[in-house]
Design a protein around this ligand. Structure first.
Ligand code: SDX
Length: 372
């Protein structure tokens, strides 16, 4: 075994895996997903295309897409016991924790839990992607003391997801923008949650366990939890100048401003954020109210001017979700619902070509002395 003594805090810049799934190509400023560019995909394709690309390594033909759509719709329903479990949770449980509990419990319903062959893992992944909208949204409704909403098979995957959140069928524009955010959130190389899932999978633990660990990882505000934090900040201000002042105060207090910065895009804007900024413009135009866009643009300007740090995807997704009438506690769970497509692809890849993750440490404790 070769040991390198170089300690890199936070594994910043360390290559931890080989993968054929995705790469953030910072030189070319492209997010590559199985040979395609994410931003281009977001113009031409929808979330179901992305699911097929991630799990089957190709964009679907019309026939394949129809089959995938049917496969997901046929498996939308959750076992009744999952609802019973969710009803036992304390009412102030965050929906991410409801999701974590429900997802973990789903493992018990899998009859082939210890079969990690690619085909069984893929079927498991599709089943999970089918069930996640109901699990995410209904854990929120149950925690609020409301009745679960039945999925609707006559709507597209994204439209049904959004319908279950709001209880109303979205407009074409709302459906497109929600789906675009699902697509953009689906896969992003090796963020903390993906690393977590791969580390768990590398012990040859099952897909549910790996994905449950990833929920906990994504919940934190340095990662997926940022989209909720951005919206809470936006709601503290009522105009562009008030939001600018709020950010200036945070900077004076050396606080992190949510929705800004990224471990990989350090001195540039996350390309996905630009797409959602455009979506925010479209939503503001449809509502005839540009206040949120003006506030976000003011925030973007002040962060660039003061510390040269740029928005990430969460910064522009948050106000879009707000205008789509999505309750804030569902922002991170919905991010997860999308990211599960990439996570399942990573777990399958890890199982198919495994090497146990087991790194070493830089020891900073006491030197050895014998117990007297
Ligand atoms: C996601 O990895 C992925 O791909 C993740 C993701 C995905 O799709 O999976 O893209 C999704 O998680 C997006 C990130 C969401 N998080 C936030 O928006 C929270 C706010 N941002 C940060 O705290 C921060 O930028 C991180 C956590 C995202 C990245 O942080 P790093 O790489 O650990 O950098 P750092 O915290 O060490 O900061 C380096 C410098 C510091 O200044 P100095 O001490 O060197 O002077 O940049 C400053 C920081 O203070 N800085 C910020 C800042 N982000 C960095 N200052 C104020 N506000 C910020 N947001």
């Amino acid at each position: 075994m070769q040991t390198t003594n170089k300690f890199v805090p936070g594994l910043d810049g360390v290559v931890a895996s080989e993968t054929a799934i995705s790469l953030l190509d910072t030189k070319e400023e492209k997010i590559i997903i199985r040979g395609y560019e994410l931003i281009e995909l977001s113009r031409e394709n929808d979330f179901l295309d992305m699911v097929h690309l991630l799990l089957e390594n190709s964009l679907p033909t019309a026939e394949e897409k129809e089959k995938l759509d049917k496969k997901l719709k046929d498996n939308y329903g959750l076992p009744k016991e999952i609802y019973d479990i969710l009803k036992l949770l304390p009412k102030d449980t965050h929906p991410m924790d409801g999701l974590r509990t429900g997802l973990s419990s789903l493992g018990g319903f899998d009859k082939d839990l210890l079969d990690f062959s690619t085909e069984v893992n893929k079927d498991r992944a599709y089943d999970l992607l089918a069930k996640l909208p109901a699990l995410i949204v209904n854990s929120y409704h149950i925690l609020n003391g409301d009745e679960p909403i039945e999925p609707r098979q006559d709507l597209s995957y994204g439209a049904n997801f959004l319908y279950m959140v709001t209880g109303r069928v979205p407009s074409k524009l709302e459906e497109e923008i929600f789906d675009r955010a699902l697509l953009l959130y689906s896969e992003h190389e090796m963020p903390n949650s993906t690393f977590t899932a791969r580390v768990i999978a590398s012990t040859m633990s099952d897909l549910y366990g790996a994905l449950t660990g990833a929920v906990a990882s994504l919940k934190g505000y340095l990662h997926g939890g940022a989209n909720e934090a951005v919206m809470h900040d936006l709601l503290k201000a009522d105009s562009a100048s008030e939001f600018e002042e709020l950010i200036m105060n945070k900077l004076r207090n050396k606080e992190k401003v949510m929705g800004f910065g990224h471990r990989v895009y350090m001195k540039k804007m996350d390309p996905r954020a630009l797409v959602m900024k455009d979506a925010l413009k479209q939503l503001c135009e449809a509502k005839g109210d540009y206040k949120l866009l003006e506030m976000c643009e003011a925030g973007e300007k002040v962060m660039e001017r003061e510390i040269g740090i740029y928005p990430n995807l969460d910064y522009y997704v948050a106000p879009c979700y707000w205008l789509l009438d999505i309750p804030i506690p569902l922002y991170t769970p919905i991010f997860y619902g999308s990211r599960a497509s990439g996570l399942t692809a990573h777990v399958i890849e890890q199982h198919d070509n495994n090497r146990l993750f087991r790194p070493r440490v830089k020891y900073t404790g006491e030197q050895y002395s014998p117990i007297k």
